[in-house]
Design a protein around this ligand. Structure first.
Ligand code: CP
Length: 331
């Protein structure tokens, strides 16, 4: 495997193979599998889980890693094509990415959406450029509209919890004081559809996921025997739900317009997930979130501290599935 950029690039059987490899590495550790191998990690945006779990996973497989956070102890990297570089960026990714790739055996890059132009972000313009500049195996650590490592970990978490393949999976918008990118909702939607679930996107007016993402998920659902729908009706969405996956994202109707987004979300403070949301759900329904989560803003303490929350298991599974990805790429 040379690229891990989008779960949709893999067949369902390839995903199941990766999950089986993750289980096997957990049951029978291979502490020397990646001896002598180096993983480079480039973070244009902050992280806790992705950074720590990739470094830990590489070490547990006997390999090594280095981390670059452009502009923090290293040169600021310019990403715009044809930029006149007379500002703060001393180096362009057109040199920086190939140079970093030449020092390692695989590269992981996190580069969030710019959040100004929806079509450019949907087209993964920046990550596509990084992909073209990297001649080593490349892992997407979260791009404009994708987070395949999170999606793979969440698939494993659903399997561990024995959530039925045809179970009801509600991806719900949750409140945040500012607009967040579409990467996790897009990746989560596709993962649940590809797993064959009955997926419902629950969101307020103004926050519909873009048609291109919904259509891609519908195709994955059709191939796996599942379904994808969307609604603004919380009670209908959560009736009989097995999983409520909470996630914050920005307005899509006024994408890139921070003031319009702020006006819309000013009325939406009650989109903080509370125990009463689960009144009509399956009795054992679970609460998932990729983390980080703002307590009592996106999800209430009563849910995060209760038996429904599996957020820490999701985070642990990042380590397990990423070791499988690294093993498949480098062993
Ligand atoms: N879920 C996730 O990717 O966490 P970090 O942003 O902390 O890496």
């Amino acid at each position: 495997m040379r690229r891990f950029l989008d779960l949709a690039d893999l067949s369902r059987d390839e995903v199941l193979d990766l999950l089986a490899l993750a289980q096997s590495l957990q049951d029978k550790p291979q502490p020397n599998a990646l001896a002598g191998k180096i993983l480079g990690l480039v973070f244009f945006n902050p992280s806790l889980r992705t950074l720590a779990s990739f470094q830990a996973g590489m070490s547990r497989l006997g390999g090594d890693s280095f981390v670059i956070t452009p502009g923090q102890g290293t040169w600021q990297l310019e990403t715009r094509l044809n930029a006149v570089m007379n500002g703060s960026s001393a180096e362009h990714i057109r040199e920086g990415i190939p140079v970093l790739a030449s020092y390692c055996d695989a590269l992981g890059v996190r580069a969030f959406a710019e959040g100004r132009n929806l079509q450019a972000d949907l087209a993964e313009t920046l990550f596509g450029m990084i992909d073209g500049l990297c001649d080593k195996p490349l892992v997407n650590l979260e791009s404009a509209v994708n987070h395949p490592c999170q999606a793979l970990a969440d698939w494993r978490t659903l399997d561990e919890l024995r959530v039925p393949r045809r179970g009801k999976f509600v991806l719900s918008w949750a409140y945040h004081p500012r607009p967040l990118p579409l990467a996790v909702p897009a990746a989560t939607l596709h993962m649940a559809a590809m797993r064959g679930m009955e997926v419902v996107v629950l969101r307020p007016e103004g926050f519909a996921l873009p048609d291109a993402l919904m259509e891609k998920a519908r195709q994955a659902a059709a191939a796996a025997g599942g379904a994808v729908s969307e609604t603004t009706d919380r009670a209908a969405a959560l009736a009989g739900a097995d999983v409520l996956y909470a996630k914050e994202w920005g307005t899509t109707t006024y994408y890139g317009d921070v003031e319009a987004d702020a006006r819309l979300r000013a009325e939406l403070g009650d989109w903080c997930v509370r125990e009463r949301w689960f009144a009509g759900a399956a009795p054992e329904a679970k609460l998932m979130h990729c983390l980080p989560v703002r307590r009592n803003v996106a999800v209430a303490d009563e849910v995060l501290d209760g038996p429904r929350a599996v957020v820490k298991r999701e985070a642990f599974n990042r380590l397990v599935v990423q070791m499988a990805v690294l093993h498949r790429m480098l062993a």
